[in-house]
Design a protein around this ligand. Sequence first.
Ligand SMILES: NC(=O)c1ccc[n+]([C@@H]2O[C@H](COP(=O)([O-])OP(=O)(O)OC[C@H]3O[C@@H](n4cnc5c(N)ncnc54)[C@H](O)[C@@H]3O)[C@@H](O)[C@H]2O)c1
Length: 249
Amino acid sequence: MKFSGQAALVAGAGGGMGLEIACQLIQRGVNVCLADIKPRPDDIADGPGKSIYVQANLSHQDAVEDTVNRTQQAFGRIDYLANTLGVLWLDKDKSAVNIDMEVWDQVMNINLRSMVLLVKNVIPEMQKSGFGAMVHFSSIDALRGDPLPQDAYGAAKAAMIRLSKSLAIQFAKDQIRCNVILPGPALTPMQERWQGKPELQANVAEHIPLGRLGSAKDMANACLFLLSDNAAFITGTELIVDGGITAHP
Ligand SMILES: NC(=O)c1ccc[n+]([C@@H]2O[C@H](COP(=O)([O-])OP(=O)(O)OC[C@H]3O[C@@H](n4cnc5c(N)ncnc54)[C@H](O)[C@@H]3O)[C@@H](O)[C@H]2O)c1
């Protein structure tokens, strides 16, 4: 894969898919600002690209502005945005009919408002250089209903797809691309309920045609392709990375 850009902001890079994406970019010589509400993880790749870490709540406007400014100051430009941040609150996020509206608002703020804040601040930086590529992480949960739903999560993830298409159309003239990845179940800190429980993992894997859970690496591989020059003619679309779940009748 070839990367013409020099600098990336990875939102949600404190663990899971975001950290893996950041490390792969650094290893390919891209300078990366890793941003997350969590403290800095120990296992950030150490080059050849440079890195900075910003601990921030990216559902807040000031925090996003500060993070983008720090990325710009450190690297002089922002060519790539990988937006992996998100929360799945299985205990509190329920049917829209039963959900506490405070929870609804929080999930929307974290999963969707953050995307708006990020693109509001990052796209002007990309326009300065007339080049940019973004990948936003939705979920296969955006595509279908669920008898035991997380309705706020699913609605936010579906909205991300529509917003991404709109951004792709608006900013294609500036050579800025915008795409979405829809992961299926993947073994990351978000799914800590499956960690160290091979029987539970095997139960989930039974419903996945390729016979296993996804990994942060599977998602990072797809994300890096969409960010790279190899995807130069791909914008406004979705890449499902789910081991075949959604293809199954
Ligand atoms: N793991 C899965 O099974 C799965 C399936 C479908 C979709 N996804 C989506 O993929 C993306 C990456 O998920 P993951 O599995 O790597 O999960 P993860 O929990 O490991 O990573 C998400 C990161 O977002 C950060 N974050 C949450 N709220 C934040 C905030 N307000 N400000 C800054 N950072 C914040 C978390 O601290 C965390 O490090 C998410 O958007 C998730 O919804 C995951």
